[in-house]
Design a protein around this ligand. Structure first.
Ligand code: BG6
Length: 456
């Protein structure tokens, strides 16, 4: 018998900008990604989500495939500018209808929806007013969240406010590789604060409107291991935990920032600046659950790497992410380390107590082999299998994990890697009018779901 409980949900995930396309149809307003990706040199080979994999027009076909696979839950995000083209105010009813129909169709097929309200596609109109650096964006987010609750709340029980704040704030305001392409840590910290405030406002509204469901936050789960057992590397790894993990989990799970780091940041940069009432807002509006996106761990050194590798680099002068010479990496330089999923889940349990968890993303980005016209993605099956093993170990050790959502249901647009990096159970043929094709992993996961994790 596997350790997965009866009510455990076997799902899969996507995000609006990466699958929908129809970027300017039926009244949708532009998002920051529409504007950014249209600027030359910003994305891999100039790829963008104008058409993506055309999920907007093929949604019925895609839901049928989900049902055929036996999916029990589908995590997707709502495009804020599709509902509110200006970010607030006038409602685009055609956009509301798209998601309303999707939810109905999912439910008709016995698939439970899990909604992410923000997977990075901020309305450009709000960016023009300062984006996340402006507190008014948090207020607009509450308005948007209320709209979603009022239109979909009677049918949807699982809600996440934000996806991976470390990524959209880190890349948007520190490395500059995502919109709005700023490189300024102090501005990053203040923008991030407004995201936590927006989250707390949305949780408060959720409770106030008495939505029958649960609301959480989705974070990157990235455990850190010191390269060596030297005091310097151990200290560097602890600092990486504090800055890359605790900073993003504490405000939504404990309702406050890690005290020491907060004091240091405010002394050094004067941020985050709190408005009156922010302390209470954070403290009184914490998550019902936490969503964990696990792909890899990082090996941490106190010294910069001899040669630069792709991916995250750490924080100059404080800690550096380096290759672990003993380990295995994907083509994109991401370590394959299933034990990190067990370790990470247990680390969350140890720090935050018995919080319910969902694995909201986990997957292998690869160029899939095609043999005799079939997509034979054995490396993906191997990857998911060992990660499901690792997840089961965490459940056996007492973690309250309630669902698993591999990334991704279908091949989709990678923000910075175009269509080359594939994650899906369903292949999309870009030479053949975006035709869908079931991969080998589709049939494998179907059996995993049908056997409730027994057969894998
Ligand atoms: C997560 C995001 O960071 O990783 C997804 O939530 C993203 O939107 C996924 O696609 C994989 O990242 P990448 O860069 O390989 O596409």
């Amino acid at each position: 018998m596997s350790a997965f409980p009866q009510h455990f949900l076997w799902g899969a995930a996507t995000a609006a900008y990466q699958v929908e396309g129809a970027y300017n149809e039926d009244g949708k307003g532009p998002s920051i990604w529409d504007v950014f990706s249209h600027q030359p040199g910003t994305t891999y080979q100039g790829t963008n989500g104008d058409i993506a994999v055309d999920h907007y027009h093929r949604v019925k076909e895609d839901v049928k495939l989900m049902a055929e696979m036996g999916l029990q839950s589908y995590r997707f995000s709502i495009s804020w500018p599709r509902l509110l083209p200006e970010g607030r105010g006038t409602i685009n009813e055609a956009g509301v209808k798209f998601y309303s129909d999707l939810i109905d169709d999912l439910l008709a097929h016995g698939i439970e929806p899990m909604i992410t309200l923000y997977h990075w596609d901020l309305p450009q109109a709000l960016q023009d007013e300062g984006g996340w650096e402006a507190r008014s964006t948090a207020e607009a987010f509450e308005e948007y969240a209320r709209l979603c609750y009022s239109r979909f709340g009677s049918r949807v029980q699982k809600w996440a406010t934000f996806n991976e704040t470390i990524v959209f704030i880190g890349h948007g305001y520190i490395t500059g590789s995502h919109p709005p392409s700023v490189r300024n840590p102090a501005r990053a910290i203040q923008a991030c604060h407004h995201v936590f405030i927006a989250h707390a406002m949305a949780v408060k509204a959720f409770c106030g409107m008495q939505i029958n469901g649960e609301i959480g936050f989705v974070n990157v789960l990235q455990p850190h291991s010191p390269l060596t057992q030297s005091a310097e590397d151990m200290a560097a790894s602890e600092l990486a935990d504090a800055i890359h993990t605790h900073w993003f989990y504490d405000p939504v799970l404990k309702g406050c920032y890690p005290a020491e780091l907060l004091a240091q940041s405010q002394a050094l940069w004067g941020v985050p600046r709190f408005a009156p009432g922010d302390d209470d807002l954070l403290r009184n509006n914490r998550c019902d659950f936490i969503g964990l996106n696990y792909y890899r761990r990082e090996t941490v050194s106190s010294q910069p790497p001899a040669e630069k590798v792709s991916g995250e680099q750490g924080v100059e002068g404080l800690f550096y992410f380096v290759r672990n010479p003993q380990s295995v990496y994907t083509e994109w330089g991401w370590e394959i380390w299933p034990q990190g999923l067990t370790d990470g889940i247990m680390m969350i349990k140890a720090r935050y107590g018995d919080i319910p968890m969902y694995i909201t993303e986990n997957g292998l980005g690869a160029v899939d082999p095609i043999i005799d016209g079939e997509v034979v993605d054995d490396p993906r099956i191997d990857f998911l299998r060992v990660h499901i093993d690792a997840l089961e170990t965490a459940i056996e050790q007492g973690a309250d994990v309630r669902g698993y959502y591999p990334w991704s249901f279908i091949d989709l647009l990678s923000w910075l890697n175009g269509y080359k990096k594939q994650y899906g159970f369903v292949y999309v043929d870009h030479q053949q009018n975006l035709a869908r094709k079931r991969k080998k992993s589709f049939f494998w996961y179907k059996d995993v779901i049908a056997s409730r994790g027994e057969q894998r």
